[in-house]
Design a protein. Structure first.
Length: 534
């Protein structure tokens, strides 16, 4: 098995050949044609020569002239003498011109790997769906809660506060829908987070109107963005255009031209090896990704050859002549390959065997089952990929021998250790945008729920009876409009007679519910469910 450099520029290498393009020496095992093409087809727009980049729009003439003077100065000597040597295309490129940092891994390759590896693709989509794909809401901020507490006992003031909160919530949703005419905000969040998981970096663009207010929220593909060395912004090259973006909330001047730049919120997966860019989880499982591809390629080759068994021709008592050798090879290449389960007769000429009494025999080399080779190896690779992605197998595939209790425990771990920490960070980062418009509401991503509606209704009923919550709080969680009198706790004393009459029925219902759930409030398997199949 040969090795190919992980970071490759252009398509000019034989299999296993190393290409020195200035990147760090990060390697992965790659030798199949598909893998090699996937790498070699990746290009870095920032590695083009300065002569090409000077023709791109989005940069002032001053920047272009400064770049030309810098090149000339590097080759000047004393008294007008200078070098006339021809430098390579990568001698002075976009990384030097725009003052940006080289990523530790090829971002274009990582973007292509997202769709090239099925376990990686599934794991990224699962995390995107459960972190940013479950919806969002604008909930009462700490300031609003404090005002509500101060208004306790004053029904008129409390009603006014709740009315203002509902109005502000409606205005925020309407404003957010107007911030991008092409994509819904849910789509923007999903694209932003998929880039974050696939390449380790995600970029959210924020544009302001003539009044300085946020008027646009969109997504920028991470493979086109680079971080400035001075950490004062970002540069994008897409097509033949160059753009500068500054950090959200900063007033950094544009180093490329006099235009007012848009702002960017950059999220990255932290890695100790690089402080500018993030590194995706899949990097730690690259050998498993490659091994799974090799196993799949091995089985695919078997079926591409129409399942022809592997045989060896044994010649006894003589030597196979050149004509007989040629006839056999031609026969197996043309007459046998591609024909499933056919009866064959090998047309071997009598004079093709040198020696008296010579004969030949065909013996199978591999007579066992070959239609699913490396099954255990493939499972190990799948396990390693999902372990690196921190995604339960029940979320992406059918898990053999996993019962309901194990699946629920995996879901709990996935929610508490993967989804919720990510959501807390994103809530804070996105909250900076919405805080500019209102201080009484805060942005919150919807969390993965592990409770069904029947169990949740029982919990809500218990909280209402214990006067922990009011009806409108429960209605708000489900997205329902408030009702009159719903801001008051349920008064149990006013209905004491009906309460006593219904006690027996509720006791019986509670007993039935207890039998249907375990001590943790989770439904038990029915008889036979969750049993490991043998």
């Amino acid at each position: 098995m040969t090795e190919s450099i992980f970071r490759v520029k252009g398509a000019s290498a034989e299999e296993g050949q190393e290409i020195d393009d200035g990147y760090d020496d990060r390697r992965i095992l790659m030798s199949s044609a598909e893998s090699r093409n996937l790498i070699e087809d990746t290009e870095d727009p920032f590695e083009q020569s300065i002569e090409i980049l000077k023709g791109y729009s989005g940069q002032s003439d001053t920047v272009k002239k400064r770049a030309s003077r810098a090149i000339q100065k590097m080759h000047q000597g004393a008294n007008g003498a200078g070098s006339k040597k021809i430098e390579g295309d990568g001698f002075f490129n976009g990384y030097n011109l725009y003052g940006v940092v080289l990523p530790p891994y090829n971002l274009d390759y990582l973007a292509k790997l997202y769709v090239a590896s099925s376990p990686h693709y599934a794991a990224v989509n699962v995390k995107a769906s459960n972190v940013v794909g479950l919806g969002y809401d604008f909930v009462d901020s700490h300031e609003a809660k404090q005002k509500i507490e101060e208004a306790e006992g004053d029904a008129a003031k409390l009603k006014k506060i709740n009315r203002n909160l509902q109005k502000a919530r409606s205005e925020m949703f309407a404003w957010l829908d107007s911030c991008n005419e092409e994509d819904e905000f849910d789509e923007t969040l999903r694209s932003w987070y998929i880039d974050y998981e696939a390449t380790g970096n995600g970029y959210l663009e924020i544009g302001r109107d003539i009044n300085g207010q946020v008027g646009y929220i969109g997504h920028i593909p991470s493979k086109t963005m680079r971080v400035r060395k001075n950490r004062d912004g970002f540069v994008q090259i897409s097509g033949e255009k160059v753009r500068y973006f500054r950090h959200f909330g900063k007033d950094t001047p544009n180093p490329l031209n006099d235009e007012e730049p848009n702002e960017v919120i950059h999220i990255k997966k932290y890695s100790p090896e690089n402080s500018y860019y993030g590194v995706p989880d899949i990097i730690s499982a690259m050998q498993a990704v490659t091994g799974k591809e090799f196993a799949s390629r091995y089985n695919l080759d078997y079926f591409e050859n129409k399942a022809v068994p592997r045989y060896v021709v044994v010649v006894k008592g003589g030597k196979l002549g050149s004509q007989g050798h040629k006839s056999l090879l031609q026969f197996f290449d043309s007459a046998v390959k591609g024909q499933n389960h056919r009866t064959i007769i090998v047309p071997l000429p009598a004079d093709s065997l040198d020696g008296k009494g010579a004969s030949f025999d065909m013996q199978p080399v591999e007579a066992g089952v070959q239609d699913a080779s490396f099954v255990n190896y493939d499972k190990i690779n799948l396990r390693d990929i999902l372990m690196a992605e921190r995604t339960p197998i029940t979320k992406v595939s059918i898990a053999e021998g996993v019962n309901l209790a194990v699946a629920r425990d995996a879901d709990k771990t996935f929610k508490e250790q993967v989804c919720r920490p990510e959501q807390r960070v994103l809530d804070k980062k996105l909250g900076k945008i919405f805080k500019e418009r209102t201080s009484i509401l805060r942005f919150k991503l919807a969390e993965l729920t592990l409770t069904d509606e029947d169990t949740q209704s029982a919990i809500d009923e218990r909280y209402l009876r214990m006067q922990v919550v009011v009806p409108n709080e429960i209605r708000a969680r489900w997205g329902w409009a408030p009702i009159k009198g719903g801001d008051k706790v349920v008064d149990l004393k006013a209905d004491a007679g009906a309460e006593a009459a219904a006690t027996g029925n509720r006791t019986r219902d509670a007993a039935r519910s207890a039998k249907a759930t375990d001590k943790k409030g989770e439904g038990r398997n029915t008889k036979g469910d969750g049993r490991k199949q043998t």
